[in-house]
Write a new protein. Structure first.
Ligand code: CA
Ligand code: CA
Ligand code: CA
Ligand code: CA
Ligand code: CA
Ligand code: CA
Length: 387
């Protein structure tokens, strides 16, 4: 009798766990993803590496940015947000190098062409929900560690809760007075987007609010394309907006990824660019509702080319309910000679055991080769942000 009651208890407990999270094991995650892929005709890839789990339990890992080490590409780093703790820096093997417990960091970006103290520095910026502010660091090129930078006065967005974050440098501004300006763009959970110009103020960073654009509902994912001068904004339950990235363009915007049609499923979360020569790159969006990543052309039409999913393979679990994503076209040494795509994973399994969330690294060539026809592989084009 005892055995049977234990079994019933076990089954009941398993049922409870299964109903609390959308997947209860690595095998379940993969079975669910297989079904979604078949129903939608999505392409399938596997990760080549994964990072160590973040320190915080539950929903904690969120966004990532890739710092390109131009001197030593294989020593490039992944700068990631643990939204219950701070920033974490990983190497390309997924090992944690540094962590900075500065609060509830939500989204993060890095840009290597910020003019500072007579030099170009790799600037890291992140939205911090603990203080409703933006933190800035510079990357120490020698070891990939981060050094906090001081602001002349704190950058406090007017939004109630700062959420999304991206940098933008206006190398193709429509008017000379807007050329080569450097911006931090934030968006809050109330849909208020704010664009801040950053400049060097004798070793501190001065900020100036350039424009405010109010969206109708919650937005998070942001990415700006220096080369085309476009800003992409993910309004989580609506779709992806494209707007000119210079503040002078006001609130002019166009819906390019519409949730009411196609293969996107709410929430639309992270956005990333895969860059290529002659604007031949891609905009990639995390379609969190169906565990997939949608690929659009970066040219004027932003045509949808298909979606892919990260499945289990080589001892690494698949990816589901992804928040942040990042992509790099440049080769990163012998492990990722054709660039990399990185995605947060909402349910990280070590075998069948669920562990803290982490980030998956996929060889770009593995993704490109799944598409029909192949996606571009361009490991020589150097965008402004990676110079
Ligand atoms: Ca999440
Ligand atoms: Ca990011
Ligand atoms: Ca979100
Ligand atoms: Ca997973
Ligand atoms: Ca998020
Ligand atoms: Ca894992």
């Amino acid at each position: 009798m005892k055995k049977i009651s234990e079994l019933v208890l076990f089954l009941f407990a398993s049922f409870l766990i299964a109903s609390c999270s959308s997947v209860s094991s690595g095998g379940d995650e993969d079975a669910k993803n297989q079904k979604i892929a078949e129903e939608n005709g999505f392409y399938l890839v596997a990760a080549q590496a994964e990072t160590a789990p973040v320190a915080s339990a539950d929903d904690a890992a969120d966004d990532i940015a890739i710092w390109y080490n131009s001197q030593k590409p294989e020593a490039s780093t992944i700068i990631a947000a643990d939204k219950q703790r701070g920033l974490v820096v990983y190497n390309l093997d997924g090992e944690e190098l540094y962590n900075y417990p500065v609060g509830n960091i939500n989204n993060v970006d890095v840009h290597s062409r910020f003019g500072f103290q007579g030099d170009s520095v790799s600037l890291v910026g992140a939205s911090n929900r603990s203080e409703n502010t933006v933190n800035l660091w510079k990357v120490n090129a020698a070891d990939g560690s981060l050094e906090a930078l001081e602001l002349s006065k704190p950058l406090n967005p007017k939004t109630k809760e700062v959420y999304g974050f991206t940098f933008y440098k206006s190398i193709t501004a429509p008017r000379p007075e807007y050329e080569n300006r450097f911006y931090a763009i934030t968006v809050g959970t109330d849909g208020k987007l704010e664009q801040w110009e950053l400049s060097d103020d004798k070793g501190k960073i001065k900020t100036r609010l350039g424009r405010v654009v109010q969206f109708d509902s919650q937005c998070e994912g942001l990415v700006a394309d220096d080369e085309t001068g476009n800003l992409f904004v993910a309004e989580e339950a609506v779709g992806i907006w494209k707007m000119p990235a210079t503040p002078a363009s006001g609130d002019k915007k166009e819906l390019i990824g519409d949730l009411s049609k196609g293969k996107l499923a709410a929430d639309i979360e992270g956005l990333a660019l895969y860059q290529g020569a002659g604007i031949k790159g891609y905009l990639i969006a995390s379609s969190q509702g169906n565990n997939s990543f949608a690929v659009f052309t970066l040219g004027s039409k932003n045509k949808y080319l298909g979606s892919f999913m990260i499945m289990a393979g080589g001892g690494i679990d698949g990816t589901s309910e992804t928040d942040g994503i990042a992509a790099m076209n440049l080769g990163l040494g012998s492990d990722f000679p054709d660039g990399v795509f990185i995605a947060q994973d909402g349910y990280n399994y070590d075998g069948e055991e669920q562990v803290n969330q982490n980030f998956k690294l996929v060889n770009w060539k593995d993704i490109a080769g799944q598409f029909e026809p192949w996606l571009l592989i361009d490991n020589s084009f150097v965008g402004e942000r990676n110079r």
